[in-house]
Design a protein around this ligand. Structure first.
Ligand SMILES: [Fe+2]
Ligand SMILES: [Fe+2]
Length: 191
């Protein structure tokens, strides 16, 4: 029996996961949930919830769809979804920490949060969990903000995560006026 992460219990209950589903998904992601850097994900706000809860919601939605498709790599979906927003700054109040990463942007690429945080998330994911990375997970994380990425997701696993992320994010944006904030065009004045 697993000693489940408390956010995982709450999110999986909200989505009416069965115990069998919990026992199938949890071993794939428990290393991430028990990592010390995951504690930061519980601190940062992400829309109306914490980034940890948001990432778990995307993970549970996308993984559940993936396991129902035998041709889908459900483990990569779970890991990629959980790490798709694995960055450590408050995007609602601060600029990104892009300058702390060795990331080469294309000349025309904007340095706004909406465009750069997938690259930052992948840089962090491959730094802390190099043994979990593969080409599918890389594509999931880097393309999750499509269509901002221009290049579309390459794999069906990546499409599952980008749509799961949008359904979660758009549900909690309080108004269309928050969209520029989400992309990174402006910084919130709220404390
Ligand atoms: Fe994101
Ligand atoms: Fe997200």
């Amino acid at each position: 029996m697993y000693n489940y992460d408390k956010d995982f219990i709450n999110v999986s209950q909200k989505m009416f996961f069965s115990e069998e589903e919990r026992q199938e998904l949890y071993p794939i992601i428990d290393e991430i949930l028990n990592h010390e850097r995951w504690e930061d994900m519980r601190i940062y706000k992400h829309h109306l919830e914490t980034r940890a809860v948001h990432s778990l919601e995307v993970c549970c939605i996308a993984w559940r769809k993936a396991v129902r498709n035998p041709k889908c790599d459900a483990s990569s979906v779970a890991i990629g979804a959980l790490l798709h927003d694995f960055f450590f700054y408050d995007w609602q109040k601060e600029k990104s920490d892009l300058d702390q990463h060795d990331i080469k942007l294309k000349v025309y690429s904007p340095k706004l949060h909406g465009f750069v945080h997938p690259l930052i998330a992948y840089d962090n994911a491959s730094k802390f969990f190099p043994h979990l990375m593969n080409k599918t997970i890389k594509d999931i994380i880097i393309k999750h903000m499509w269509p901002l990425t221009v290049n579309p997701p390459r794999y069906k696993e990546s499409w599952l995560v980008t749509f799961a992320d949008k359904s979660c994010s758009l549900n909690v944006l309080k108004s269309p006026r928050e969209l520029p904030l989400y992309i990174g065009i402006k910084i919130s004045n709220r404390n």
